[in-house]
Design a protein around this ligand. Structure first.
Ligand SMILES: Cc1cc2nc3c(=O)[nH]c(=O)nc-3n(C[C@H](O)[C@H](O)[C@H](O)COP(=O)(O)OP(=O)(O)OC[C@H]3O[C@@H](n4cnc5c(N)ncnc54)[C@H](O)[C@@H]3O)c2cc1C
Length: 297
């Protein structure tokens, strides 16, 4: 078991900045991150303080990671699929995690950026809360003995399927035209449908999926799990409030769950490096205060 004062999910400017403050204050901090920051998608940045010439986004992010590593921040390159309550803290669950490797922390920072994985399939928005769900842990119980589907084809989708299989009558993985990851844990209640989806349809609630070949499949619920788990999904798993695709925080970057913080693009508002760095700083300083006050008691 690996125990930390703080685990930060995400290695963009928000997460890296938090880690630097917390580590320099003498605490044990781990960053778990998979895939690259939004920064890496841009060639030139010229509105961030301190660079006479435009700076390449990937270089800026790589330099931030090197800076944190030099200071002793620990890194784990893994996809986070869930966060759970643990005695005296939280457990961060990663994809394909072996039971002997557990990551436990007193404080969590969600710094996972914006989720750009919302599907553009007709009906998704209309049926949100009416059969379209983003969290199997939260909603699986509503689908006892019903036929449900999971939209996705990767580790995150497999995690959602594993939550649903014990309760649902059947679970279909909808890959929407993509290949899927084979998984030894999959059982015979699971079907795989690789057809491309045209639309989710129903009346008051979602009732069926229509595919591009005009075939349909009856379904009571669809769990969206494309790509990797995004900020909204992670926040919802721990019960933190979200609104309009961002995590709700107060001015100390606290979510609605004590000791769970969020910062950067995932809290909405201005999606810029300077705001991510500011919020990462606030979250870091708040966590340091909390850890120090606890130590004095
Ligand atoms: C094309 C483009 C151009 C931009 N240009 C500018 C600009 O010129 N100036 C400017 O100020 N801003 C610019 N931005 C915005 C800037 O990149 C973001 O505001 C900033 O990167 C946000 O930082 P963040 O730390 O909140 O999130 P991110 O930098 O997006 O980092 C999030 C991190 O979390 C990781 N992550 C997410 N989910 C998981 C998971 N489940 N498990 C593990 N890891 C996970 C990601 O892989 C990533 O490492 C641009 C963005 C884009 C896309």
């Amino acid at each position: 078991m690996n125990e930390f004062d703080c685990i930060i999910i995400g290695s963009g400017p928000a997460g890296i900045t938090s880690s630097i403050y917390i580590k320099r204050a003498g605490f044990k901090v781990l960053i778990i991150s998979k895939n690259e920051s939004s920064l890496t998608r841009t060639e030139k940045i010229e509105n961030y303080y301190g660079f006479e010439e435009p700076i390449n986004g990937k270089k800026l992010n790589d330099d931030g990671i090197k800076q944190a590593k030099r200071l002793g921040v620990e890194f784990l390159e893994k996809e986070v699929v869930s966060i759970k309550y643990e005695q005296d803290g939280f457990e961060v669950i990663t994809a394909n995690q072996s039971p002997s490797k557990r990551y436990i922390a007193k404080n969590i920072v969600i710094a996972t950026g914006v989720n750009r994985q919302t599907p553009k399939i007709k009906g998704t928005k209309e049926y949100e809360g009416k059969g379209i769900s983003y969290c199997a842990v939260c909603d699986a119980a509503f689908y006892r003995n019903k036929d449900v589907a999971v939209l996705g084809n990767g580790e995150y989708a497999i995690g959602e399927i594993e939550e649903l299989l014990p309760v649902a009558k059947s679970v279909t993985m909808l890959t929407n035209g993509k290949d899927y990851i084979e998984n030894r844990k999959i059982n015979n209640k699971l079907k795989i449908n690789q057809k491309r989806i045209r639309e989710f349809r129903g009346t008051e609630k979602i009732e069926e999926v229509e595919f591009e070949d005009n075939s349909t499949q009856k379904i009571s619920g669809v769990f969206i799990a494309q790509g990797i788990a995004g900020s909204m999904e992670l926040a919802r798993k721990i019960g933190a409030r979200t609104e309009n695709n961002h995590i709700i925080v107060n001015d100390r970057m606290e979510t609605t769950i004590p000791n769970v913080y969020a910062c950067g693009d995932c809290t909405g508002g201005i999606l810029q490096i300077s705001k991510a760095v500011y919020e990462g700083t606030v979250a870091g300083l708040e966590i340091i205060n909390k850890l120090r006050n606890k130590e004095e008691i």
